[in-house]
Write a protein that binds this ligand. Structure first.
Ligand code: ASP
Length: 577
């Protein structure tokens, strides 16, 4: 006989009268003496079971695994909070399949258990419907990816986990070699070079749900191992790639969360996103756009230098309620982004108030009010900086702060756009060098190639990010596919000829044997799931995540290994000073 013939969460009025066999965990029991009620949970949900003869049943407690046979009957008073709330199962037989100790926390969506405790007993935490739902969304995104990309001629191909260490990007996880003492593999930060070699290998369309590893300091939205839906294609233009990818997003949103998205998605150049929203991943669900206020250079304020950018944001309706203390806090926030601070002006009673007004004559005040269209209660925050990125980032952060604080973002809304035309390089603040804005394999735009030697900071790239609700949910580029340009980019990024030859020679040489024009993208599976599950905690969408110290709280990895294990690998651990 099978363990069960129905799933608990599926029972409805139409099942009344049926004899059912169910299995699951006892989520809750109430013994009223002559009546016993128990909620039986499986992966599909909960159904109430009841017995008028509790004395004839074995002793049961919460989280026992049981099998129940009984008859479905209609409930006198339906429970509106449960999908199965119109029925209950009259218990005829109950078998205990497995007993449970008292659990360290109550297994329910609402919990006040510490996250560390939940992660230590993750197998109990995973019984909570909210986590099961998150993992279901994740699985549906993967399923949509496999279906969509297979239909579009992509092949799922695995690439190596044990790789050559690469000097670019984040810190790597190294794996010592037993056979070659002193030599190490590195776990992949992404399958980037492999997927490009697959294109040179003539596969034309590749995808993989790929685990990636980066040994970086962790945050709420970062994990040492994370998953990308990784893709590469040959012989496609940037526009064709974006359109193809929109088809996947449309399907994933619909199938994983029932959300309809309108395509084609907007495409916004990087500098427009920075200028208007102060971010390369703008949340465009609310206004408070950044305003160019160069006109204030005409004021008598000497703090604005000739080269400075002067910009501001107007926050509606808060002038009256913004205290000195609030402004101090805003200044602290602005300084985190290397701004000197922000100047506040309030538009109250039809007048502009604030100590900065002493630098403005009447004509300039009128010009400012007219330019910004100031309304009663508006708070104007101004900043200046010699760096365009700095002022945009600083004001962009303040914009976001107000958008969230003032509840300007409607929950449950989705805003998707492509940010395109990224610069090829990002200058390193305070140093005379550049890093790659995306990665060194990104192709500079054809029309900017001649600026590589003269004005590298002005070179734009065939690079694109998919931005959803202010999060970067994926990013990709067209790739360089000729040997000399790739070599040159590495040199511009500060590598010597010797470095390039040693670290990347094996890769770039492949370009000498007929490399097709190619490009691709990687979507962050964790991030996509977070967005569709409505959580800001990446650990809520990963079955067994690491904590903020990069420890797996369930198994307590990493731990020390035995001296024998080290000896086999030819390793010695130095004493800590
Ligand atoms: N490999 C890139 C990344 O991990 C994505 C891409 O360019 O396809 O960000």
């Amino acid at each position: 006989m099978s363990y069960r013939n129905h799933y608990n969460g599926t029972l409805r009025l139409s099942d009344v009268g049926k004899e059912v066999t169910l299995t699951g965990w006892v989520a809750q029991r109430r013994n009223l003496g002559s009546l016993l009620f128990l909620d039986l949970r499986d992966s599909t949900g909960i159904v109430q079971c009841m017995s008028p003869n509790p004395d004839e049943l074995p002793d049961i407690r919460n989280e026992y695994v049981v099998q129940i046979q009984g008859k479905v009957q209609a409930k006198d008073v339906p429970n509106k909070n449960l999908p199965t709330g119109e029925v209950e199962v009259l218990i005829e037989k109950l078998v205990v399949l497995s007993k449970a100790q008292t659990t360290p926390f109550i297994i329910a969506d609402k919990t006040d258990a510490l996250e560390e405790t939940r992660l230590q007993y993750r197998y109990l935490d995973l019984r909570r419907p909210v986590l099961q739902n998150n993992l279901r969304i994740r699985s549906k995104i993967c399923h949509a990816a496999r279906e969509y990309f297979e239909e579009n001629g992509f092949l799922e191909i695995e690439t190596p986990m044990l790789n050559l260490s690469s000097p670019e990007g984040a810190k790597e996880y190294l794996v010592p070699s037993r056979i070659h003492h002193g030599a190490f593999y590195a776990l992949p930060q992404s399958p980037q070079v492999w997927k490009q070699l697959l294109m040179i290998g003539g596969l034309e369309r590749y995808y993989q749900i790929a685990r990636c590893f980066r040994d970086e300091d962790l945050r709420a939205d970062r994990q040492p191992e994370f998953t990308q839906i990784d893709l590469e294609t040959s012989f496609m233009t940037q526009d064709e790639i974006l359109t193809l990818m929109e088809g996947f997003l449309k399907k994933a949103f619909k199938e994983a969360a029932g959300v309809d998205i309108q395509t084609p998605l907007r495409r916004m150049p990087f500098w427009e996103a920075m200028d208007r929203f102060g971010s390369d991943k703008p949340d465009t669900r609310f206004g408070i756009e950044l305003q160019d206020l160069s006109l204030l250079k005409k004021s008598s304020f000497e703090g604005f230098g000739e080269q400075d950018y002067v910009k501001g944001i107007v926050v509606p309706g808060v002038a009256g309620s913004t205290s000195r203390k609030n402004l101090d806090e805003l200044n602290m926030e602005a300084r985190k982004f290397s701004l000197k601070g922000v100047i506040a002006l309030k538009y109250l009673g039809g007048k502009l108030e604030g100590s900065f007004t002493k630098f403005l004559d009447e004509a300039l005040v009128s010009e400012l009010i007219a330019k910004l269209g100031l309304q009663e209660g508006d708070l104007l925050l101004l900043a200046s900086s010699a760096s365009r990125r700095q002022i945009d980032n600083g004001l962009g952060a303040l914009r976001l702060l107000f958008g969230r604080k003032l509840g300007l973002i409607k929950p449950g809304t989705y805003d998707l756009l492509w940010v395109v035309d990224f610069p090829m390089f990002t200058p390193v603040e305070g140093e005379d060098r550049y890093v790659a804005e995306h990665h060194p394999f990104t192709r500079p735009r054809d029309e900017d190639l001649d600026k590589l030697d003269t004005k590298p900071e002005e070179v734009l790239a065939y690079a694109y990010d998919i931005v959803i609700n202010g999060y970067e949910a994926g990013g990709g580029t067209l790739r360089i596919y000729d040997h000399d340009t790739q070599w040159k980019i590495f040199k511009l990024l500060g590598l010597t000829d010797e470095d390039v030859a040693n670290k990347f020679g094996w890769f770039i040489n492949a370009f000498n044997y007929g490399a097709p024009p190619h490009g691709g993208i990687a979507f962050g599976l964790d991030r996509l799931t977070m967005i569709l599950a409505g959580t800001e905690n990446i650990r809520d969408v990963i079955a067994f995540p690491k904590n903020l110290q990069a420890v797996d709280p369930t198994s307590k990895a990493p731990r020390e290994v035995t001296p024998d294990q080290l000896e086999i690998l030819g390793l010695n651990i130095a004493d800590e000073e």
